[in-house]
Design a protein around this ligand. Structure first.
Ligand SMILES: Cc1cc2nc3c(=O)[nH]c(=O)nc-3n(C[C@H](O)[C@H](O)[C@H](O)COP(=O)(O)O)c2cc1C
Length: 320
């Protein structure tokens, strides 16, 4: 005899399930008439190493259900962290999901999407009833993987993976004892990280006779120019450095900038100087990313962009 199904609040049950972080996949198959189908699914999981098997579940309401039920073969794509738009596209019913997508040729007929973190080409081994879903278990006949960091999904939103920092506590409430601040204070972490990073190319700045103010002005004008003195000051205000006409005219006098009716721009010597500094800074970045790994580097970029956005006092936008 079956016990009566517990009456859960659907929204709350979904919220509880959403505490389980997953990757994001797109699963594809091809109908007998050649029509490709694909859905975004985070119900994917590994099942067996020998034989190699995986599973995922498909809502019985999905429009692609007849094709997946009839198909003997399907492909699982573990999405990379820059494929959020693709995930959204395949999560919407009724779109031409494969429009303008470059596909690879696989072992079977099912579409094979490019740019993923990993891909598994499977043939259906079993299909089970699972309440309002069908559970597909597949045997993996081929797979490939890349170094692209995976996209995650947790508490109803996309996320990036970040490795936990070993035995280092990262909570803001870690006991600071009697000290005025702890090693978890964001201000300390950001300041120290900044100075340690810049120290890696400080010598190149010194060789070119560039102090912080000159470095900020030159790097701004390397991205976009010309700018008026007021525009330069507005863009650099976040550093606390007050860039005035005196500083800009000194940079013109040194042959680093030129100034005409349109505003200030890099002169030949300024372009050469900033290219050398940027090359050195990129070397430091490559070294740091190498030590952190691409997955943590992507998570760090994401966290810093979020911090910049939430603390932005309303600076003019440099990158559009
Ligand atoms: C992150 C995410 C995970 C999803 N996981 C699943 C899943 O595991 N199974 C499923 O049937 N639908 C899942 N969906 C919903 C389907 O992608 C969506 O219903 C899709 O439009 C079905 O396509 P179709 O109706 O064209 O077949 C998920 C959606 C998102 C955004």
């Amino acid at each position: 005899m079956h016990a009566a199904a517990p009456r859960f609040d659907a929204r709350d049950f979904r919220l509880a399930l959403g505490r389980f972080a997953t990757g994001v996949t797109i699963i594809t198959a091809r109908g007998a008439d050649g029509t490709p189908v694909g859905i975004t699914a985070n119900s994917f999981n590994s099942v067996s190493m020998d034989p190699p098997m995986v599973l995922w579940s498909l809502a019985k309401t999905a429009r692609s259900l007849p094709v997946f039920s009839a198909a003997s073969q399907w492909n699982v794509h573990i999405l990379a962290n820059d494929q959020e738009a693709l995930s959204n596209r395949f999560a919407r019913a009724g779109e031409d999901k494969f429009a303008a997508l470059e596909l690879d040729t696989g072992a079977g007929e099912a579409p094979l999407i490019q740019g993923c973190s990993a891909r598994f080409q499977c043939r259906t081994a079993f299909c089970y009833e699972g309440g309002d879903h069908l559970i597909f278990v597949g045997e993996v006949v081929a797979y490939d993987r890349s170094e692209r960091a995976p996209l995650l999904f947790v508490t109803g939103g996309y996320a990036l993976a970040a490795k936990v920092a070993g035995n280092v506590s990262t909570g803001a409430d870690a006991d600071a004892g009697s000290a005025p601040y702890s090693e978890n204070l964001l201000g300390y972490l950001l300041g120290r990280a900044h100075y340690q990073f810049v120290a890696g190319f400080r010598r190149t700045l010194d060789e070119r006779g560039l102090d912080d103010a000159a470095f900020f002005v030159l790097s701004l004008l390397a991205v976009r120019a010309p700018f008026s003195a007021a525009e330069i000051a507005a863009h650099i205000a976040y550093t606390g450095i007050d860039v005035g006409a005196v500083l800009l005219d000194a940079l013109v006098a040194r042959g680093l900038l030129r100034c005409d009716a349109g505003g200030y721009a890099l002169a030949e010597r300024g372009r050469d100087a900033i290219l050398h500094v940027m090359a050195a800074a990129k070397g430091v970045e490559a070294d740091v990313v190498g030590r952190l790994g691409e997955i943590d580097a992507a998570a760090l970029r994401n966290a810093l962009k979020r911090l910049i956005a939430v603390s932005d006092p309303g600076l003019p936008k440099l990158w559009v």
